[in-house]
Design a protein around this ligand. Sequence first.
Ligand SMILES: Cc1ncc(COP(=O)(O)O)c(C=O)c1O
Length: 413
Amino acid sequence: MTAETEALSLDAADAGHRDLFDVPPAQGGDYPEVAYFAGNSLGLRPTATRAELLEDLDAWAALGVEGHLDAARPWLPYHELLTGPASRLVGALPSETVVMNSLTVNLHLLMVSFYRPTRSRHRIVIEDAAFPSDSYAVRSQVAFHGYDAEDAVIRLRPRPGEDSLRTADVVEQLGGDVALVLLGGVNYLTGELMDIPTITKAGHAAGAVVGWDLAHAAGNVPLALHDWDVDFAAWCSYKYLNSGPGGLAGVFVHERHLGTDLPRFEGWWSTEAATRFEMTPESRPPASADAWQVSNPPIFSMSPVRTSLEIFDKIGIEVLRERSVRLTAYLEKLLASLPLQVITPTDPARRGAQLSLRVTGMRAGELSRRLRFGYGVIADAREPDVLRLAPVPLYSTYHDCWRAATALAEVMG
Ligand SMILES: Cc1ncc(COP(=O)(O)O)c(C=O)c1O
């Protein structure tokens, strides 16, 4: 059996759900469709998204303002359609979950509530390799409260010669001056899956609030935010959640913070739905994550999130994770003989779908261009030397993995 027929027979035995997605045509190579490994950056479009978005769009044409109540999916309570599946995806209660805004906006809204610095406790812990938006967000929050970001933001670095953070080293940094721990559940660059329950517990023991940026974790790995006692979390929906560029983001606020007097920024969607249209000057926020909403939701942005979450709800993140572990291990095995260093942890319990490769002899951007136009393989480059490949269990195949490894061997060889 050739390596290619082996990949094809693995696909026959362990198929995903590629048929539910629109896979772009390849711009090079021997196959009509791309081998898509950039779902950790922007997920592919579910085929159902177009028709369901058009239904929502046509309700506007047919009903005008009456669509708020009379559309098949009425706009006023539309966001509630997303709450159940989103909460199940991240291991939360529906009351702890809401879909709204973009990720960084949500991180700011949550920090308004959860970053309450005092002179003796004002520091924020992030990863040194945090996604820049998170770094800018926490630095601007610190400055907003009148502190010096150089002093107040603690950046966690791996040990010299290592690429991942060790949980024990993270825990050791959580001193009595830390107000907030805000880490990526899966690091965007290295693909490292953090030990969320252990770090959350350690943060609480140190007296800190613990929040998670789950941009690369939601839809990638199973989560149990409620049981792990996470204070708050936020995630975008355009990566593993396949809701389209700039797709709306999710928010989790733990039950024990709901209905409390935590400060929040409010707008008319922060008040309870039942009395919203009494138009009173003071709000009556519900004891749910809905209280963190500010504006009325953009229905045509919510529509793709709803379609996508239904797919996750039907299949189940646990089932997807099992295929993900098998698929990623297969890609890892194929890459083992190539002149590349995989910087993602080798332990499947410490990573999701993504493998990050450190490349030498060529810039990562040049490598990704050659893969795209020479072989129809779509990978994501982080200059100067990291190439990220994410076999996504919903739509990636073993044959895609074989194509990526074969293309890399030719380009690097
Ligand atoms: C880990 C992480 N945080 C934050 C962001 C920024 O997201 P947004 O532009 O939706 O605010 C991204 C975007 O890729 C990300 O990967």
